[in-house]
Design a binder for this molecule. Structure first.
Ligand code: AMP
Length: 283
């Protein structure tokens, strides 16, 4: 069932709650692919009812980012959601009010701690995670899910959402879901649609760098500087590396010596397309 109005979701949720049904929420920005589908299938398996939200959230885009050209494919998204109970696709006006003014002087924001947002993607995408936490909070209040499903593809987001849920005592269990990749290793992403064939080949370096670091670690190399240096053989002038960082999986603290709790994070640009990926060094 495709629903655009908050009130209609609330009405349905109320009936489900009354019947004692467990609700799963999968928040997305649409342009759904097999990565999203893995979250959806997990929710359908675990919960009585599943709500997938499809909303390109304006307040999580920074100035100069791809808000206007972000792919919007609602008809196809709905088809991919055949096993879902509600596809919730609100307009920005529905979420933020008619004539919304999206500055934090006019909207109540949920702002996660700087310790978690001043690094990795938060460094270049200032305010991004405020926008994410604010919209996810709103979705939690609208759908009141028992479980919410988030991909490890956006690992910093997952850590920040878990922190928000803990700090604000939100009654929802966050379920992390592994990264779904193409056979080539490339992590699925809605932004892969922007890539030309040549750029898609160039994009393989993200997973190649990560897989190589993991295999070096498995062979006993734990010095982060040495592991980082292995990346340079893959990078070309067509890759603009934003970061390659080794951080703790729980709290994102920086590591100088890698261990099983370490996660390696990479972000780079190919042309105008910014891509991210990450891998755990543990099993
Ligand atoms: P997005 O539509 O990009 O905001 O993503 C919605 C959710 O799907 C987020 O929790 C993402 O982490 C997750 N997701 C996106 N791509 C993948 C992927 N390749 N594997 C697993 N989860 C993913």
């Amino acid at each position: 069932m495709l629903i655009h109005k908050i009130e209609d979701v609330r009405e349905q949720v109320k009936a489900w709650k009354k019947a004692g049904l467990k609700i799963g929420l999968v928040p997305t920005m649409g342009a759904l692919h097999a990565g999203h589908k893995s979250l959806i299938d997990k929710s359908v398996e675990k919960c009585d009812k599943t709500v997938v939200s499809v909303f390109v959230n304006p307040i999580q885009f920074c100035a100069g980012e791809d808000l206007d050209k972000y792919p919007r494919t609602l008809d196809e998204d709905v088809k991919l959601c055949e096993n879902v109970d509600i596809v919730f696709a609100p307009t920005p006006n529905e979420m933020y009010g008619e004539g919304h003014i999206l500055s934090n002087d006019f909207l109540t924001y949920v702002v996660p701690p700087y310790f978690y947002t001043d690094k990795l993607c938060g460094k270049s995408r200032v305010g991004h995670f405020d926008g994410v936490c604010t919209v996810v909070n709103k979705l939690f209040n609208i759908v009141q899910p028992d479980f919410a499903f988030f991909g490890e593809k956006d690992f910093q987001q997952l850590v920040i959402i878990k922190k928000m849920v803990k700090d604000l005592n939100i009654p929802v269990e966050i379920v992390p879901c592994p990264i779904v990749r193409e056979d080539s290793g490339l992590a699925l992403s809605s932004r892969n649609k922007y890539l030309t064939d040549e750029q898609k080949d160039l994009a393989l370096v993200l997973s190649k760098i990560l897989f190589n670091i993991k295999s070096c670690y498995d062979r006993g190399i734990v010095d982060v500087k040495a592991l980082s240096e292995t990346a340079f053989e893959y990078l070309t002038p067509k890759h603009s590396l934003e970061y390659l960082e080794f951080r703790d999986s729980e709290n994102l603290e920086e590591k100088t010596v890698a261990d099983d709790d370490t996660r390696v994070f990479i972000a780079l640009k190919i042309g105008n397309v910014r891509l991210i990926d990450n891998i755990s060094l543990g099993t």
